[in-house]
Design a protein around this ligand. Sequence first.
Ligand SMILES: [Zn+2]
Length: 311
Amino acid sequence: MEWTLEASVDELDHGLYLLDLGFQNRKQVVAAYLLVSDDELVLIETGPGSTIDHLRRAMRRIGFTSRDLTRIFVTHIHLDHAGAAGLLARENPALTVHVHPFGAPHLVDPTKLINSATRIYGDQMGPLWGEFAPIPENQVVPFEDEQVLRVAGRDIQVYFTPGHAWHHVAFWDRGTGTLFTGDVGGVRMPGQTYVCAPTPPPDLDPGAWANSVARMEALHPRRLCLTHFGPVYDPGYHLSQVMPEVEKFIGLGGDLFERGADQDRVRQALTAQMTADLGGADPEVLANYEMATPAYMAAMGIERYVRKRNG
Ligand SMILES: [Zn+2]
């Protein structure tokens, strides 16, 4: 599953490119999408700081540099989705970064975000995620719910979609029937039927998540573009899997925590569940699910959610 530059760019439609950012030098873990028109170059998701060199090289393959970017849209501010936004904004002061209003202050001053991530990742913080640079306030633009933005020749509508994170949004390109689902639409590797629910701390909220999935289903998308990983052409099936998977993980992990299990025990149980749900899939495929949504993060998110729920 090694990343190669040759396979890192896929033109899905005229002017819509899938970029494989080669997270930890593996293919099919973290994607970004590039919207191209004569006068605009818009990046949806940036990947982490650690993959910025892969991003630059992938863009160069289709004739652009990161300095040509006019706007960045991020579904949320987790490191694998927005981590490189500050680095890109720094080299290009005309670039604007668009984000949910709850996420905006953390892009301007990422101190809290970096501190809480460092508590989780310790000395792996740098190798995994690279630099997370602050963005000047005048380059950060908050979204409004259901706002339509004319970008790169398309009308992109913004939908607030909490559940995975409070500040999560999805992007609806009505003209092509494409919905960019970030993490609220789940994680699914190419060629697989298994949709995994990413349930990290601190905002996991299954009630809000269910509303968000209903909102996305009501759009009747023709195609989903997942950040982990790639386009999905059976959106009805795919979206129908998300909430049962969220509930299954919370049920499994929550029961164990309530019976006194520790995080490591819950992590093992979630991994066993994922392995079973994947059936006889190649272990490399399981490894990609695990990199996109690590079981220990899922266990941490469920523990926090269950504690809150039980007061
Ligand atoms: Zn993610």
